[in-house]
Every structure is written in structure tokens, then in C-alpha cells.
Design a protein around this ligand. Structure first.
Ligand SMILES: Nc1nc2c(c(=O)[nH]1)N[C@H]1C(S)=C(S)[C@@H](COP(=O)(O)OP(=O)(O)OC[C@H]3O[C@@H](n4cnc5c(=O)[nH]c(N)nc54)[C@H](O)[C@@H]3O)O[C@H]1N2
Ligand SMILES: Nc1nc2c(c(=O)[nH]1)N[C@H]1C(S)=C(S)[C@@H](COP(=O)(O)OP(=O)(O)OC[C@H]3O[C@@H](n4cnc5c(=O)[nH]c(N)nc54)[C@H](O)[C@@H]3O)O[C@H]1N2
Ligand code: SF4
Ligand SMILES: [Mo]
Length: 716
């Protein structure tokens, strides 16, 4: 394929993080090994990054990084990185490319997008993105007049949670989450595997709270790291959490363990809710969930006795069974009963520093709604559905999509049913992928644009809603390697070619940032400090409501909606209803997925430093079941699902730490592109086995945990 790799023989410049700690000078920037965006101190010596540590001034890192943040050096110096623009020469998908100049690759990209927009209208364009750098391409696509802009962090991740909370409290659960974990006395986790899910600050808060004596209830079919820290582990039958949550609500109400005056003042539809949940007795719930009645009662009591300083954590990746909005609403309702909204140890009020667009930015043209769903479907979708854009590409409903730009999201391993993703790509007139590695998605593109990594570029300013509001700066700490370029530069260059240059009215990234800081009212001294410290901090607004103050929520009633008129009016259950999920047949297991603390999805699967710590994923199988099947830890199996899709060989982990009706594997392994030499054929790909998925009728998210797999031993 002829791509020249100037750093082919350059592995990580130093063997270890420790070796780099004493060296070089510190440049502050922001991590992008996941999307939490911690503040980093990069130690740079002789033009090379030798160590990454946490920025002590940054509220999300507080001086520490998670293992992936430290291991960012392995991504920067990955010898398999994309280093030159590529243009497809063979059939689409044949993975044959030639190296091109930036001039040619950008011309080709602009022409591909322009042709489609001219012929079919801007509503036939789609941008899939994930990550901070996506903002420049969003500007470009909005400028072209399309609303088809989607990230998998919505309908493949936390969308149902936010809709469930909005329907109940009028507000989503935030990112970072507004769960006040450091002050909680009791916390329940529904799946949410904190400690394996390694969002730095969440894990710091979690361990601090445990250190202060927080009692933990972990509901998980698997004995997770968090389960190991728990007073109660409830090994629930997968897919039955709604029954458990409504059972908790029933017990708390029945026993009078709630604040009736609070509910009277702050809730609507409580009597109807009480009547609906009365049937979820501990005995009835036991039959569905396998959780013993006395355990259900004991855990309900723990939560209620500590209220309002107790919570059921909202979770994050909640796309499991297709009824996820209702499960998340049930989580919100138990929290409503605990009276913890706006209270320490419950949910805090976040604040942020409002940033303004630079004054020289033109207005975005009017455009019609996104083409991600047929008219009338998914009424509560609050963002564009990535799966919906794929569906429209396949079906032409509501209109055909003919060109995709894919920035920083490896769609074949991210969207369920990868067969559909590839079929949709084959229907396109044009596709461009912007990536740092030769991931699967790039193999299907017409043009591949190599981005430099987060350590080699600026991105837009970062100012999230959080407990301490702040603005943070991502700035390059070393020069881009090879012929890779920052996204902001690509978007600007494409803007020039598409007549949209006025949307990128700056010459350099420093100008872009300076203009925005000026427009937002920051002084020269504050700006200089941002470059030096990496962050501007501001005093937080009050985080809690005065005890006893009435709630003034953004729901239609202004109160906590125990019975939702909105849902009733749109044909959905106004109170969540448990429905029994389909069960695996003999010899098959429900496939569950999650995270390794030292990897991020598939994006770190070729990172040498992280592979040193976790070299491949394994399939967790109940030990007794394994014995029955003649399997032992370390054996290798092929995994096959109900539709005949396969992945593997994968190593078996036979363990008591998982129920017998499911298996579990970490997502993001089993890559198929041979250009990633470490990731290629290493472990198994859960997404390859996710040929079936269930769409949430309320807001369109894709539930993944509805696939059943069998395991067959292979000799290797
Ligand atoms: N190290 C690391 N950390 C990460 C990420 C990463 O890639 N790497 N990704 C980040 C992102 S984007 C997200 S969204 C989060 C995801 O992290 P979480 O939101 O914590 O993940 P989930 O996938 O919801 O939860 C997985 C857990 O749910 C359990 N589970 C599976 N099915 C059920 C069920 O039916 N009921 C119950 N009660 N439990 C069940 C699994 O056994 C597993 O322990 O992690 C974030 N943190
Ligand atoms: N089967 C299955 N599917 C899932 C999940 C799961 O657990 N199982 N999890 C879901 C969740 S919670 C989420 S949030 C999504 C995550 O979805 P994604 O974030 O899209 O996941 P990745 O597979 O890591 O794809 C990241 C892509 O970005 C590239 N990349 C990394 N850094 C950069 C950069 O700086 N610039 C550019 N241009 N590209 C970069 C990587 O090389 C890779 O191709 O996936 C969802 N899909
Ligand atoms: S949680 Fe870890 S990987 Fe994510 S931004 Fe923070 S340090 Fe980086
Ligand atoms: Mo996610």
C-alpha cells in the first residue's frame, strides 16, 4: 500500500513512564484517550513526549490520569499510524489505496461532498463523529446546510439515560454525571462498572466515598470490580432490572420509608405510580430477577434510611435491551422517592463558563430536520441517531443519504449489526474517513485523511457543565508526525474548497482560540494563564438546593413526574412496566460486554503500552458451566451467535464471578484490519456477534444485549 512511515522503527522513545518523569519541560494539554478530557502535563524532552501525568490544576484530573491517559504515549508513537492521505484505487472495500498529496485528497473530498449536495441536496450528506475534533467538521456540515450529524455517544451509549431523567426530572444526568458520589452514604449501581469503567474523576470520587464508608449495592450478573467493594452484590438475571427497581419503589412506599411531605410538595402522579408498582412484591420480583426477597428488602432499606444522601447511580452506557429509557426512568423514579435531587449525596446542580462564538463567525444557514428517522418515530430522540442515519442510507426513508464523512468513529465495530453498516457504505457515492490509525472504517473509504493525535494539535476550547466550572485548552506538545494534520486545518481547507471559508475566519489555531476567548470576555492575563496552566477556573454556583425548598423542575408540571402525562399522550407506558426478556436456549448464553480499565473501546487495541497491561480480551464463563462443557481457563473458543456470526479464537476465563446464563467480554478487540499489526486478530469482537439489536421505541437507541452465543473449543 506504499504508505511511508517515517517513524517506522521508532517505538515509544522511553521504555516506561517512570523513566520519563524527571525529564524535559511540562506543557499542559487535555487528554483524548477517552472523552472525559482530563488535564494533562506532558513532559517533552528533545522534541519527544517522555511522560504524561495529571494536571494538578485541572478539576477532572486533580493531578492524576487513569492508565489510558498515561499510556497515550503508546498511541502517539504507534508505528502503524496513518501518515499520508490515501485514495482508494480498487473496488470499495478491497482495501487498495495509493498515497496522495493533501492537495489532491482535499480536492477529491470537497468534490465528493459537493457533487452529492448538488445532485441530491444537503440532506443527503451525513457526518458521523466522536471526539473533540469533530466540532470543526460539524461547523463545515452545518455550513453546507445539513442537520445529519451524529455521534455514537447518544443512541449507542447514554441517550436513554438522559431521556429517562428528562422525562422525570426535566434534565439529563450530564457528562460528567451530576451524581454527587463523594457525599453519598449509600449508592446502588445498576450494571455501571466503576473501576473498570475508568473515567478518572468518577473513579477518584468513588474510591474516596468508599474510603469514607459509603455502603455500596451492586446489581450486576457479573461480580465486577465494584461488586468486590460492595456490601451487597445482587447477581441479577440479565434484562430484569426494571422489575428490581419497581420492587424497590414498592417496598419503600409500602413500608412508608419515604418523605410523604416531600412527595406531596414535589411530585405529580404519585398515587397512580403507587398503584402501578404494588404488584412488584419482593416475591414476584424474585421470580423474575433471582434476587431473594430479603435482599431486595434489605437493600431498599439501606437506600431509604440514608436518604436524601443516597442514590441509584444513573449509569452511562445504558443501551442494553431496547426498553432502556423506561429502565432509566425507573432509576430516576427511585431517586425521586429518595428525595435526593439537588441534595448532597444525591444529584448536584452543575455550572459552567459560557463560551461565546467568535464575533466574526457567520450565521449557519437554515436547514431542515435530520434524516435519521421516519416521520413520527422516536418522539423523544434528543440528538441525531447514528443508527438512524445508517437506516436512511439503506432504505431512503425519509430520504437517501449519498455521502458520509466519518471522523474518529470506527463504525463497523461501533454500530450494532456490522453487516448493515457495510451494506450502507456500499450504497454511497462517496465516503471519507478521518482517523489516526488504519481502523476497519478506513478500509471502506474512498479517501482517508490522516489526523495527528491529540498531543500534536489544538482543538476547540473545552468548558463542560461540572461541579467546578472551568475552561481548558488542548494545545500541541509536539509536532505532527509524518504527513498527518490537525482536524481544524482540514476543515478550514475543505471550507475554502466548498465556499464556506467564512466559517473558519482565522489563520492559525491560536487565532481561533484567541478570538473565542476575546468574544467570551477573558482578559489577556487570563488567556496567558490558560496557555501556562491549561485551565481557567471559576467559582461554582451553589451546588445544592436549600433543604426543604420546593423543586422547580423543567418537566411540564415543574415537578417529579411519577406518572408521565407526556408518555401517556404519545402512546407509551406512563409508569415503567417490566416485560420479561427473551431467554437464551440450551447451550447458549446471553452476550454481555463492558470495559477493561486500561483500554478505550477499540481505539487502544494497537497501543503497545496498554497491551502490556491487558494483552487481549477473554470470554468470562461460569465455572460450573465450563466444567460441564469440558472447558478450562486458557482454552480458546470460537464464539458463534444465533445468526451464525462468529468471532475468535478467544481465551476462556472460567470463573464463579458470572452467572451461568450469560457470558461477558470486553468490547474493542478482534480487529480485522491487518495494517494494525498488534490489534489484528487479537481476541474477539463483541460487535461482530451483535447482529441483532433492539431499538428503543421512545428515543431510537440500540439495545445490544439481545444476542445469544455458543462456544466451541478450538485447538491452537
Ligand atoms: N477504561 C474504560 N473506561 C471507560 C470506557 C472505556 O472504553 N474504557 N468507556 C467510557 C464510556 S463511553 C462509557 S459509556 C462507559 C461505560 O461504562 P458503564 O456505563 O459502566 O458500562 P455498561 O456497559 O453500562 O455496564 C457494563 C456492566 O453492566 C453489567 N451488565 C450487563 N448486563 C446487565 C443487566 O442486564 N443488568 C445489570 N444490572 N447489569 C448488567 C456488565 O456485567 C458490566 O459489569 O465507560 C466509560 N469508561
Ligand atoms: N458492540 C459494542 N458497540 C459499542 C459499545 C460496546 O460496548 N459494544 N459501546 C458504545 C459506546 S458506549 C460508545 S461511547 C461508542 C464509542 O464509539 P467510538 O468512539 O467511535 O469507538 P472506537 O471504536 O474506539 O472508534 C474510535 C475511532 O476513532 C479513531 N481515533 C482515535 N483518536 C482519534 C483522533 O484523535 N482523531 C481522529 N480523527 N480519529 C481518532 C480510532 O482510531 C477509531 O477508529 O461505541 C458504542 N458501540
Ligand atoms: S479518564 Fe483517562 S483516558 Fe479518559 S481523559 Fe481522563 S486520563 Fe484520559
Ligand atoms: Mo459511551
Amino acid at each position: 500500500m506504499g504508505s511511508s512511515l517515517p517513524w517506522e522503527n521508532l517505538e515509544t522513545p522511553l521504555e516506561s513512564q517512570e523513566a520519563g518523569l524527571g525529564q524535559g519541560s511540562i506543557i499542559p494539554t487535555v487528554c483524548e484517550m477517552c472523552f472525559w478530557k482530563c488535564g494533562v502535563h506532558a513532559r517533552v524532552h528533545d522534541g519527544k513526549v517522555v511522560a504524561l501525568t495529571g494536571n494538578p490544576d485541572h478539576p477532572l484530573s486533580r493531578g492524576r490520569l487513569c492508565p489510558r491517559g498515561v499510556g497515550g504515549i503508546g498511541s502517539l508513537y504507534d508505528p502503524d499510524r496513518l501518515s499520508e492521505p490515501l485514495i482508494r484505487v480498487g473496488e470499495r472495500g478491497s482495501q487498495e489505496f495509493r498515497v496522495a498529496t493533501w492537495e489532491e485528497a482535499l480536492d477529491r473530498t470537497a468534490e465528493g461532498l459537493r457533487k452529492v449536495a448538488d445532485q441530491y441536496g444537503p440532506e443527503s450528506l451525513a457526518l458521523f463523529y466522536h471526539g473533540a475534533g469533530g466540532s470543526f467538521f460539524k461547523t463545515l456540515f452545518k455550513g453546507m446546510g445539513t442537520a445529519n450529524i451524529a455521534a455514537p455517544s447518544y443512541a449507542q451509549c447514554r441517550g436513554p439515560r438522559d431521556v429517562g431523567f428528562e422525562l422525570t426530572f426535566g434534565e439529563g444526568a450530564g457528562s460528567p454525571e451530576i451524581a454527587d458520589v463523594p457525599n453519598a452514604r449509600v449508592m446502588a449501581l445498576i450494571g455501571t462498572h466503576l473501576g473498570e469503567n475508568m473515567h478518572n474523576t468518577s473513579v477518584q470520587d468513588f474510591s474516596a466515598a468508599l474510603g469514607k464508608g459509603m455502603r455500596l449495592i451492586t446489581v450486576d450478573p457479573r461480580y465486577s470490580v465494584a461488586a468486590g467493594k460492595s456490601k451487597y452484590w445482587l447477581p441479577i438475571k440479565p434484562g430484569t432490572d426494571i422489575a428490581l427497581l419497581l420492587g424497590w419503589a414498592n417496598v419503600i412506599i409500602r413500608e412508608g420509608w419515604y418523605d410523604a411531605a416531600y412527595i406531596e410538595k414535589n411530585a405529580v402522579g404519585f398515587d397512580k405510580f403507587r398503584a402501578e408498582v404494588a404488584k412488584y412484591t419482593p416475591e414476584a420480583v424474585y421470580i423474575e430477577t433471582g434476587i431473594k426477597p430479603e435482599q431486595l428488602i434489605a437493600t431498599a432499606r439501606e437506600l431509604a434510611q440514608a436518604a436524601p444522601h443516597s442514590l441509584v447511580h444513573p449509569g452511562r452506557r445504558v443501551t442494553w435491551y431496547g426498553d432502556d429509557t423506561q429502565r432509566c426512568r425507573a432509576v430516576a423514579l427511585v431517586n425521586g422517592l429518595l428525595g435526593n435531587w439537588g441534595q448532597p449525596g444525591g444529584f448536584y446542580m452543575s455550572s459552567s463558563i459560557p463560551l461565546k462564538q467568535a464575533e466574526n463567525q457567520p450565521p449557519v444557514p437554515e436547514h431542515q430536520a435530520a434524516s435519521d428517522r421516519p416521520a413520527g418515530s422516536y418522539p423523544y430522540a434528543g440528538s441525531v441517531l447514528a443508527n438512524g442515519l445508517r437506516e436512511a442510507t439503506l432504505t431512503g426513508d425519509p430520504n437517501e443519504l449519498k455521502a458520509w464523512m466519518v471522523y474518529g468513529t470506527n463504525l463497523p465495530m461501533v454500530l450494532p449489526d456490522p453487516r448493515k453498516t457495510l451494506a450502507a457504505i456500499q450504497k454511497l457515492d462517496f465516503m471519507v474517513a478521518i482517523d489516526i490509525l488504519p481502523m476497519e472504517i478506513t478500509g471502506w473509504a474512498d479517501v482517508v485523511l490522516p489526523e495527528c493525535t491529540y498531543l500534536e494539535r489544538h482543538d476547540d476550547l473545552i468548558a463542560p457543565w461540572y461541579r467546578e466550572p472551568y475552561v481548558a485548552l488542548r494545545q500541541p506538545v509536539v509536532e505532527p508526525m509524518g504527513n498527518s494534520k490537525p482536524g481544524w486545518w482540514m476543515a478550514k481547507e475543505l471550507g475554502k474548497r466548498l465556499g464556506l471559508e467564512q466559517h473558519f475566519p482565522w489563520e492559525t489555531a491560536n487565532d481561533m482560540i484567541g478570538d473565542r476567548l476575546n468574544a467570551s470576555g477573558f482578559s489577556a492575563a487570563q488567556q496567558a494563564n490558560l496557555y501556562k496552566k491549561g485551565v481557567i477556573l471559576k467559582q461554582a454556583d451553589p451546588m445544592y438546593l436549600p433543604a426543604g425548598a420546593p423543586l422547580d423542575l423543567a418537566t411540564p408540571s415543574g415537578k417529579i413526574e411519577f406518572w408521565s402525562q407526556q408518555l401517556a399522550d404519545t402512546g407509551f407506558d406512563p409508569v415503567p412496566v417490566y416485560r420479561r426478556p427473551e431467554q437464551p436456549g440450551p447451550g447458549t448464553f446471553r452476550l454481555l460486554t463492558g470495559r477493561s480499565p486500561v483500554h478505550t473501546f477499540g481505539r487502544t487495541a494497537n497501543n503497545s503500552r496498554l497491551l502490556d497491561q491487558y494483552p487481549e480480551n477473554e470470554v468470562w464463563l461460569n465455572r460450573a458451566t465450563a466444567v460441564d462443557m469440558g472447558l478450562r481457563s486458557g482454552d480458546r473458543v470460537m464464539m458463534k451467535n444465533q445468526d451464525g456470526a462468529e468471532t475468535g479464537p478467544v481465551k476462556v476465563k472460567a470463573t464463579e464471578r458470572i452467572r451461568g446464563d450469560c457470558v461477558y467480554m470486553v468490547h474493542g478487540f478482534g480487529h480485522k484490519d491487518p495494517r494494525m499489526r498488534r490489534a489484528h486478530n487479537n481476541g474477539g469482537d463483541d460487535n461482530a456477534l451483535t447482529t441483532r439489536y433492539k431499538v428503543d421505541p421512545i428515543m431510537g437507541a440500540t439495545g445490544y444485549s439481545v444476542n445469544f452465543v455458543s462456544l466451541e473449543k478450538v485447538e491452537v
